[in-house]
Design a binder for this molecule. Structure first.
Ligand code: TRP
Length: 332
């Protein structure tokens, strides 16, 4: 039996190169080795009160882009969270033994309160409970998330174990963070500082859906410097970042060529960036084309969402029936 993996995808924003090479490419591989549930977390995003059309548009975009990247609706279950109402029902049960104190102590809750002091709603407070429901509804044991989600996973274990204790059983297994890294790739942003991430602004990221012209503009504006003055000198961070990006998208001999020019102080960053932009355009072309094709194919999208809903609900209903029974909710 394959182990079950659950991964929640926030339904905000476009996917960028960093998302793809840093994580999604691994997910595409992972589908073959695990029983994977990928869902688009539209209920979670209600905490920030998106407009109805923004919400729907974002869900569509995320679905389109995940499919374009190679998440396969036959291999995996890919669904929209709100299509599986059993998740909301489990969330309700779990809320009954999630305590104010522990929810208020969560680091992400405190961050959000600090960032938005006038929208401290109960959904925000109980975000970790909904996340626990997402995971426990499929009795998943593995959750591919980063460090920032560790505390949420710990809470998911707490809520699952508490349920087990309360009802005297060992129904829910413990979910743990896991990293399915066949290739861990570093994808820096274009601002010369850290990782590629959209919180640093649109100019810092190359979106998978960006048109070639947009990619060229962004890359030409990437932070560099006046160039090396001493042979074989170490690279400053901004320059190293551009080389790291080239390592991701270009052929090894292209990279070696520019390394050589750098070491001889003969590199021209204009030419270097032009090459980098063209290689980014080439590397993303198949995904960009699939994004366009899938986005235009409403019939395909509705078929995929329907298959996901069915498979997601089948698994969720199994759990929720057991849970109702354990809790003592029975029909007459
Ligand atoms: N909280 C996660 C994030 O911010 C998204 C998420 C919601 C999730 N439910 C989940 C991730 C369940 C994994 C499993 O990225």
């Amino acid at each position: 039996m394959k182990e079950t993996v659950v991964s929640g995808i926030r339904s905000t924003g476009k996917l960028h190169l960093g998302n793809y090479y840093g994580a999604l490419k691994n997910f595409v591989q992972m589908q073959h080795d695990y029983n994977c549930f990928f869902f688009i977390a539209d209920l979670h995003s209600l905490t920030t009160h998106p407009t109805p059309s923004d919400l729907h548009g974002n869900v569509k975009q995320v679905l389109v882009e995940y499919l374009a990247c190679g998440i396969d609706p036959e291999l995996s279950t890919i669904y929209i969270q709100s299509d599986v109402p059993e998740v909301a029902e489990l969330y309700l049960y779990l809320n009954m033994n999630a305590y104010m104190g522990e929810l208020e102590r969560s680091a992400s809750f405190k961050d959000k309160v600090r960032a938005n002091p006038d929208n401290v709603n109960a959904g925000l407070l109980t975000y970790p409970v909904l996340m626990a429901a997402d995971i426990l509804i499929h009795k998943a044991t593995k959750v591919p998330v980063g460090k920032d989600q560790e505390q949420h996973l710990e809470m998911a274990r707490t809520f699952g174990n508490r349920f087990n204790r309360l009802y005297n059983n060992d129904y829910f297994p413990e979910p743990y963070a896991f990293s399915y890294a066949t290739s861990l790739v570093k994808v820096p942003g274009l601002d010369g500082k850290g990782k590629m991430g959209k919180s640093e602004g649109e100019g810092n990221v190359i979106n998978l859906s960006d048109d070639p012209e947009v990619i060229r503009k962004k890359v030409m504006r990437a932070v560099s410097d006046g160039g090396p003055t001493v042979e074989n000198q170490p690279k400053p961070e901004a320059i190293q970042n551009l080389f790291d990006l080239m390592k991701v998208v270009s052929a090894p001999d292209t990279l070696a060529h520019f390394e050589g020019l750098y070491n001889q102080c003969a590199i021209r960053y204009g030419d270097f960036k032009k090459q980098l932009a063209e290689d980014m355009i080439m590397a993303t072309a198949p995904i960009r084309e699939r994004i366009q094709a899938i986005a235009a194919d409403e019939a395909y999208l509705s078929k995929v969402a329907g298959i996901g809903r069915e498979k997601g609900r089948e698994s969720a209903l199994k759990t929720i029936r057991d849970v109702r029974e354990l809790v003592g909710i029975k029909s007459f």
